[in-house]
Design a binder for this molecule. Structure first.
Ligand code: GTP
Ligand code: MG
Length: 198
Protein backbone atom coordinates (compact mmCIF):
# COMPACT_ATOMS: atom_id res chain seq x y z
CA UNK A 1 0.00 0.00 0.00
CA UNK A 2 1.17 3.47 -0.86
CA UNK A 3 1.02 6.06 1.91
CA UNK A 4 0.24 9.42 0.35
CA UNK A 5 -0.58 11.42 3.43
CA UNK A 6 0.12 11.12 7.14
CA UNK A 7 -1.11 13.90 9.38
CA UNK A 8 -0.86 14.34 13.12
CA UNK A 9 -4.37 15.09 14.40
CA UNK A 10 -4.46 15.27 18.21
CA UNK A 11 -2.95 14.04 21.49
CA UNK A 12 -4.92 13.42 24.65
CA UNK A 13 -5.43 11.24 27.69
CA UNK A 14 -9.16 10.85 27.32
CA UNK A 15 -10.64 8.32 24.93
CA UNK A 16 -13.81 10.45 24.89
CA UNK A 17 -11.84 13.26 23.22
CA UNK A 18 -10.28 11.13 20.48
CA UNK A 19 -11.29 12.12 16.93
CA UNK A 20 -14.91 11.33 16.17
CA UNK A 21 -14.47 10.61 12.45
CA UNK A 22 -15.81 7.07 12.00
CA UNK A 23 -12.85 5.60 10.10
CA UNK A 24 -10.94 2.39 10.91
CA UNK A 25 -8.21 2.63 13.50
CA UNK A 26 -5.07 0.63 14.34
CA UNK A 27 -3.12 1.11 17.58
CA UNK A 28 0.46 0.31 18.53
CA UNK A 29 1.06 -0.83 22.08
CA UNK A 30 3.85 -2.56 24.00
CA UNK A 31 6.56 -1.97 26.54
CA UNK A 32 8.28 1.39 26.71
CA UNK A 33 11.18 1.66 24.28
CA UNK A 34 10.07 -1.35 22.18
CA UNK A 35 9.84 0.91 19.11
CA UNK A 36 6.17 1.89 18.71
CA UNK A 37 6.79 5.47 17.64
CA UNK A 38 9.70 4.46 15.40
CA UNK A 39 7.50 1.91 13.67
CA UNK A 40 4.89 4.57 12.87
CA UNK A 41 7.62 6.71 11.32
CA UNK A 42 8.97 3.75 9.37
CA UNK A 43 5.55 2.78 8.00
CA UNK A 44 4.71 6.33 6.98
CA UNK A 45 8.25 7.18 5.81
CA UNK A 46 8.06 10.36 7.92
CA UNK A 47 11.13 10.55 10.14
CA UNK A 48 9.64 12.73 12.85
CA UNK A 49 5.92 12.18 12.65
CA UNK A 50 5.87 10.37 15.99
CA UNK A 51 8.38 11.45 18.64
CA UNK A 52 10.98 8.84 19.54
CA UNK A 53 13.72 8.64 22.14
CA UNK A 54 16.49 6.36 23.35
CA UNK A 55 15.04 6.77 26.83
CA UNK A 56 11.89 4.84 27.72
CA UNK A 57 8.75 6.78 28.60
CA UNK A 58 8.80 9.21 25.66
CA UNK A 59 5.21 8.82 24.46
CA UNK A 60 2.83 9.75 27.25
CA UNK A 61 -0.42 10.47 25.41
CA UNK A 62 -2.83 8.87 22.95
CA UNK A 63 -1.66 10.27 19.57
CA UNK A 64 -3.83 10.08 16.48
CA UNK A 65 -2.39 10.19 12.96
CA UNK A 66 -4.67 10.15 9.92
CA UNK A 67 -3.33 8.14 7.00
CA UNK A 68 -4.42 8.63 3.40
CA UNK A 69 -7.40 10.52 4.86
CA UNK A 70 -9.03 7.12 5.36
CA UNK A 71 -7.79 5.54 8.59
CA UNK A 72 -6.01 6.29 11.85
CA UNK A 73 -2.76 5.01 13.28
CA UNK A 74 -2.50 5.51 17.02
CA UNK A 75 0.72 5.81 19.00
CA UNK A 76 0.26 4.97 22.68
CA UNK A 77 2.46 5.24 25.77
CA UNK A 78 4.37 2.12 26.71
CA UNK A 79 3.57 -0.08 29.63
CA UNK A 80 6.05 -1.60 32.07
CA UNK A 81 8.26 1.42 32.45
CA UNK A 82 9.61 1.10 35.98
CA UNK A 83 10.87 4.63 36.49
CA UNK A 84 7.58 6.51 36.55
CA UNK A 85 5.88 6.79 39.94
CA UNK A 86 3.18 4.31 40.94
CA UNK A 87 0.54 7.03 40.70
CA UNK A 88 1.50 7.94 37.12
CA UNK A 89 1.60 4.26 36.24
CA UNK A 90 -1.95 3.84 37.49
CA UNK A 91 -3.19 6.85 35.52
CA UNK A 92 -1.46 5.51 32.41
CA UNK A 93 -3.00 2.11 32.84
CA UNK A 94 -6.43 3.60 33.31
CA UNK A 95 -6.44 5.67 30.14
CA UNK A 96 -4.85 2.93 28.08
CA UNK A 97 -7.35 0.29 29.23
CA UNK A 98 -10.17 2.83 28.76
CA UNK A 99 -8.93 3.43 25.23
CA UNK A 100 -9.03 -0.28 24.37
CA UNK A 101 -12.36 -0.89 26.04
CA UNK A 102 -14.18 2.09 24.60
CA UNK A 103 -12.72 2.88 21.20
CA UNK A 104 -15.31 1.29 18.93
CA UNK A 105 -13.56 1.94 15.64
CA UNK A 106 -10.39 0.12 16.75
CA UNK A 107 -9.98 -2.69 14.22
CA UNK A 108 -6.76 -4.24 15.47
CA UNK A 109 -4.18 -3.67 18.20
CA UNK A 110 -0.59 -4.30 17.22
CA UNK A 111 1.36 -5.56 20.22
CA UNK A 112 5.05 -4.84 19.79
CA UNK A 113 7.62 -7.25 21.20
CA UNK A 114 11.40 -6.78 21.09
CA UNK A 115 12.54 -9.78 19.07
CA UNK A 116 15.59 -10.25 21.30
CA UNK A 117 13.61 -10.89 24.46
CA UNK A 118 12.21 -14.03 26.03
CA UNK A 119 8.42 -13.88 26.52
CA UNK A 120 7.69 -11.53 29.44
CA UNK A 121 4.67 -11.94 31.75
CA UNK A 122 3.55 -8.32 31.22
CA UNK A 123 3.18 -8.82 27.44
CA UNK A 124 1.61 -12.26 27.73
CA UNK A 125 -0.85 -10.96 30.30
CA UNK A 126 -1.69 -7.93 28.20
CA UNK A 127 -2.44 -10.13 25.19
CA UNK A 128 -4.58 -12.41 27.36
CA UNK A 129 -6.48 -9.36 28.52
CA UNK A 130 -7.02 -8.28 24.88
CA UNK A 131 -8.21 -11.78 24.06
CA UNK A 132 -10.64 -11.86 26.96
CA UNK A 133 -11.89 -8.39 26.04
CA UNK A 134 -12.56 -9.54 22.46
CA UNK A 135 -10.08 -7.09 20.94
CA UNK A 136 -8.36 -8.47 17.81
CA UNK A 137 -4.59 -8.17 17.87
CA UNK A 138 -1.45 -9.08 15.96
CA UNK A 139 2.15 -9.27 17.18
CA UNK A 140 4.87 -7.11 15.69
CA UNK A 141 8.37 -8.28 16.54
CA UNK A 142 10.64 -5.21 16.50
CA UNK A 143 14.36 -4.48 16.15
CA UNK A 144 15.02 -7.52 13.93
CA UNK A 145 18.16 -5.76 12.64
CA UNK A 146 19.73 -6.53 16.01
CA UNK A 147 19.73 -10.30 15.38
CA UNK A 148 20.94 -12.58 12.62
CA UNK A 149 18.01 -13.85 10.51
CA UNK A 150 18.23 -17.37 11.93
CA UNK A 151 18.15 -16.13 15.51
CA UNK A 152 15.23 -13.84 14.66
CA UNK A 153 13.30 -16.80 13.22
CA UNK A 154 14.15 -18.97 16.22
CA UNK A 155 13.06 -16.35 18.76
CA UNK A 156 9.81 -15.74 16.90
CA UNK A 157 9.03 -19.44 16.82
CA UNK A 158 9.86 -19.84 20.51
CA UNK A 159 7.65 -16.91 21.36
CA UNK A 160 4.65 -18.28 19.50
CA UNK A 161 5.24 -21.78 20.90
CA UNK A 162 5.13 -20.33 24.39
CA UNK A 163 1.79 -18.73 23.60
CA UNK A 164 0.45 -22.04 22.34
CA UNK A 165 1.53 -23.69 25.59
CA UNK A 166 -0.59 -21.06 27.37
CA UNK A 167 -4.21 -20.17 26.68
CA UNK A 168 -3.95 -19.76 22.91
CA UNK A 169 -5.13 -22.37 20.44
CA UNK A 170 -3.59 -20.69 17.46
CA UNK A 171 -0.80 -18.22 16.94
CA UNK A 172 -1.91 -14.65 16.26
CA UNK A 173 -0.90 -12.97 13.00
CA UNK A 174 2.69 -11.82 13.41
CA UNK A 175 5.28 -9.73 11.64
CA UNK A 176 9.06 -9.41 11.86
CA UNK A 177 10.08 -5.78 11.50
CA UNK A 178 12.94 -3.34 11.79
CA UNK A 179 12.47 0.41 11.79
CA UNK A 180 16.17 0.71 10.98
CA UNK A 181 16.16 -1.26 7.74
CA UNK A 182 12.43 -1.12 6.88
CA UNK A 183 11.89 -4.85 7.07
CA UNK A 184 8.26 -5.92 7.44
CA UNK A 185 6.82 -2.66 6.12
CA UNK A 186 5.03 -4.11 3.09
CA UNK A 187 3.70 -7.08 5.06
CA UNK A 188 2.30 -4.90 7.83
CA UNK A 189 0.76 -2.33 5.49
CA UNK A 190 -0.61 -5.15 3.34
CA UNK A 191 -2.24 -6.66 6.41
CA UNK A 192 -3.83 -3.33 7.36
CA UNK A 193 -5.07 -2.88 3.81
CA UNK A 194 -6.49 -6.40 3.83
CA UNK A 195 -8.43 -5.95 7.09
CA UNK A 196 -9.52 -2.47 6.00
CA UNK A 197 -11.36 -4.10 3.11
CA UNK A 198 -13.14 -6.73 5.20
P1 GTP B 1 7.95 4.92 24.46
O1 GTP B 1 7.27 6.02 23.72
O2 GTP B 1 8.90 5.42 25.48
O3 GTP B 1 6.99 3.92 25.02
O4 GTP B 1 8.90 4.11 23.42
P2 GTP B 1 8.58 3.57 21.96
O5 GTP B 1 8.08 2.17 22.05
O6 GTP B 1 7.75 4.54 21.20
O7 GTP B 1 10.05 3.49 21.34
P3 GTP B 1 10.77 4.49 20.30
O8 GTP B 1 10.16 4.36 18.96
O9 GTP B 1 10.84 5.83 20.90
O10 GTP B 1 12.22 3.82 20.19
C1 GTP B 1 13.00 3.56 21.34
C2 GTP B 1 14.46 3.40 20.93
O11 GTP B 1 14.63 2.20 20.15
C3 GTP B 1 14.99 4.53 20.06
O12 GTP B 1 16.34 4.77 20.43
C4 GTP B 1 14.91 3.98 18.65
O13 GTP B 1 15.86 4.53 17.77
C5 GTP B 1 15.20 2.51 18.90
N1 GTP B 1 14.57 1.65 17.89
C6 GTP B 1 13.26 1.60 17.58
N2 GTP B 1 13.01 0.69 16.63
C7 GTP B 1 14.21 0.17 16.28
C8 GTP B 1 14.62 -0.83 15.34
O14 GTP B 1 13.84 -1.42 14.59
N3 GTP B 1 15.96 -1.13 15.29
C9 GTP B 1 16.86 -0.52 16.10
N4 GTP B 1 18.13 -0.89 15.99
N5 GTP B 1 16.51 0.42 17.00
C10 GTP B 1 15.20 0.76 17.10
MG1 MG C 1 6.77 6.20 21.80
Amino acid sequence: MQINSAEFIVSNTDVGKCPSEPIPEYAFIGRSNVGKSSLINMLTERKQLAKTSGKPGKTQLINHFRINKRWFLVDLPGYGYARVSKKIKKTFQKFITDYFEKREQLVCAFVLIDIRHEPQPIDLEFMEWLGMSGIPFAIVFTKADKLKPQAAERNTRNYLDRMLEGIWEEAPPHFITSSSDGRGKEELLGYIEHINQE
